[in-house]
Design a protein around this ligand. Structure first.
Ligand SMILES: Cc1ncc(COP(=O)(O)O)c(C=O)c1O
Length: 396
């Protein structure tokens, strides 16, 4: 059977081949340290699991949900934004419940663009950003995220033609894959830029809870006028280790929220009510589990950065997310270096070019294993002797 042209055009999952290689190595009995993936390694906190168990035992939750989700969860979202970011959100008009941020990211181009329109995507960026444009039959231009700009896009350098045709833009801070964070000043500039060029902004705040060095990541909605131009996506996947539960939400501009809800009226019947109740409980209850998780990632980051620098690998410390974005040593492409690490050191990492053209020259390391495994990974890389050669070069 011939598939629709849209399905045929969907991007192939770049990391599927990495998963295959890792699985093959594991099947051969090799002790692979897998730093290539982005799946939280710790379980959902017990109090949230208990809330789900109790809710699931109530027959009322076995029925269809309201199409647009439960007010209890939307109210919890509104409380959460007020408490965490001092942002006012109308639970009825400014929240859309999503079955994962990924769903919203794919839906948005269908909601606000017409075939042939253009959108702007970060490069490097989360690979799933590429799916929505294909399904909506729209084109995209990219915004380079460069190290010298702290991995923030420089709107001044975008060609006039690109600025003129863009109708939608995706941003993501703390950033996957670079670990960079944004400032309020940058978001204020983004609102100005969006107004000037009539661009809708989607800020993907998937790693909103994960900021390091005492800096709480900034919400896009804290910027002056942000709600006039866009929405923010927030997921419970990372903040509460609930990736398998599939629960997230969009907040912000009410026209965009209405558009998402309208599309979803035709696609879903919201989420399992017990999951919605447990998610509301997670957002409303004691947040010490979030701080505990954040500090685990910060501590792992410190171990990785210290160990890498010890062996002469000149790495930048990520400021947030649970990823580190490390430069590839001279003489390797990203793909060659990732293959080399897997073949020679049984260390799996994600090759930077899988995140876009500007990801070349980097690899992404996930901080999703215990500290001892991170140390062991660096010891194995040290034994390859690559960075010692670099130090020797510098000393000469
Ligand atoms: C930047 C980014 N956005 C969104 C997601 C997906 O979030 P969700 O689990 O809510 O679909 C991920 C997951 O890895 C991510 O890295």
């Amino acid at each position: 059977m011939e598939l629709s042209y849209k399905l045929q055009k969907l991007p192939t999952q770049f990391f599927a081949s990495l998963v295959q290689k890792v699985n093959k190595a594991i099947a051969e009995g090799r002790d692979v340290i897998n730093l290539g993936q982005g799946n939280p390694d710790r379980p959902t906190p017990t109090h949230i699991v208990k809330a789900l168990q109790e809710a699931a035992a109530d027959p009322d939750t076995h029925k269809y949900s309201l199409f647009r989700g439960m007010l209890e969860l939307k109210q919890a979202v509104s409380n959460f934004y007020k408490r965490e970011y001092n942002v006012d959100i109308d639970p009825n008009e400014e929240v859309a419940i999503l079955g994962g941020a990924k769903v919203g990211l794919v839906e948005l181009p269908l909601c606000v663009l017409n075939p042939g329109d253009y959108m702007l995507l970060p490069d490097p960026g989360y690979p799933d950003y590429l799916s929505g444009p294909v399904l909506a039959d729209v084109h995209f231009d990219t915004m380079p995220l460069l190290e010298e700009n702290d991995f923030l896009p420089d709107y001044n350098t975008l060609p006039d033609e690109v600025k003129k045709r863009a109708k939608l833009m995706y941003l993501n801070y703390p950033n996957n894959p670079t670990g960079a964070t944004a400032t309020l000043e940058f978001f204020n500039k983004t609102v100005q830029f969006a107004k000037e060029h009539d661009i809708t902004v989607v800020h993907d705040f998937a790693y909103g809870a994960l900021g390091f060095d005492g800096e709480k990541p900034v919400s896009f909605l804290q910027a002056e006028g942000a709600k006039e131009v866009g929405v923010e996506f927030y997921t419970l996947s990372k903040t509460y280790n609930m990736a398998g539960w599939r629960v997230a939400f969009a907040v912000g501009n009410r026209d965009i929220i209405e558009a998402i809800n309208l599309l979803q009226d035709h696609l879903f019947c919201s989420l399992f009510p017990a999951v919605q109740q447990a998610a509301a409980y997670a957002l409303n209850s004691d947040q010490s589990c979030v701080e505990e998780l954040r500090s685990i990632y910060e501590s792992r980051r410190n171990v990785l950065v210290e160990e890498a620098r010890r062996i002469g690998w000149n790495v930048r410390a990520p400021k947030g997310s649970f990823f580190a974005w490390l430069p590839v040593p001279e003489g390797f492409t990203s793909q060659e270096f990732s293959d080399y690490l897997l073949d020679k050191a049984d260390v799996a990492v994600a090759s930077g070019n899988g995140f876009g053209e500007h990801g070349e020259g980097y690899i992404r390391v996930g901080l999703l294993v215990e500290e001892e495994r991170l140390r062991e990974a660096i010891r194995r890389i040290e034994a390859l002797g690559i960075f010692q050669k670099e130090i020797a070069k510098v000393q000469k």
